[in-house]
Ligand binder design. Structure first.
Ligand SMILES: [Zn+2]
Length: 154
């Protein structure tokens, strides 16, 4: 964990904060711990050493992904392991919103609600690839760019 903190340029933590990390990490198995470290290093959207609550969430997410059917699908490009593929919807010409569809990977097909993305669309809407980004991050990026564009056009 210290190595990871150094990796993100962090050195010392206040005692209270360090204790928070310890409480969270103590709940994890060694394997989960290693997965979280790897996840933090490999995810380009994680640009800072995760705060304790973020660390907790990452741990939960990775734990859950492994647990639900024994298959790891953290690597799914389309849904980022969540089972949901986001789409941007243009509503009433002006409003932009995001909708989630079910992914074709095991994370998606294990959900028993929602419309399958690849039934509705033949391919993903944004085909650009950004190193270190999974598709939901790209959609999110485009979404915020669109909001910004609309604001500027007002
Ligand atoms: Zn998926």
């Amino acid at each position: 964990m210290r190595d990871l903190a150094h990796y993100f340029g962090r050195t010392a933590f206040q005692k209270e904060v360090a204790d928070q990390y310890e409480i969270i990490i103590n709940k994890w198995s060694q394997l989960l711990f290693e997965k979280v470290i790897k996840h933090c290093r490999d995810s380009e959207h994680i640009t800072d050493f995760p705060k304790p609550f973020e660390m907790d969430r990452i741990g939960r997410k990775l734990y859950h992904n492994t647990k639900s059917n024994g298959i790891e699908y953290d690597d799914c490009y389309y849904c980022d392991g969540t089972g949901f593929v986001p789409d941007i919807v243009y509503y009433k010409d002006r409003e932009v919103t995001q909708e989630n569809y079910i992914c074709k990977c095991t994370a998606g097909t294990s959900k028993n609600f929602g419309a399958p993305y690849f039934d509705k669309f033949s391919d993903i809407k944004f085909t650009e690839r950004i190193e270190g980004y999974n598709y939901p991050h790209i959609v999110n990026k485009r979404y915020h760019e669109l909001l910004e564009e609309r604001k500027n056009n007002e």
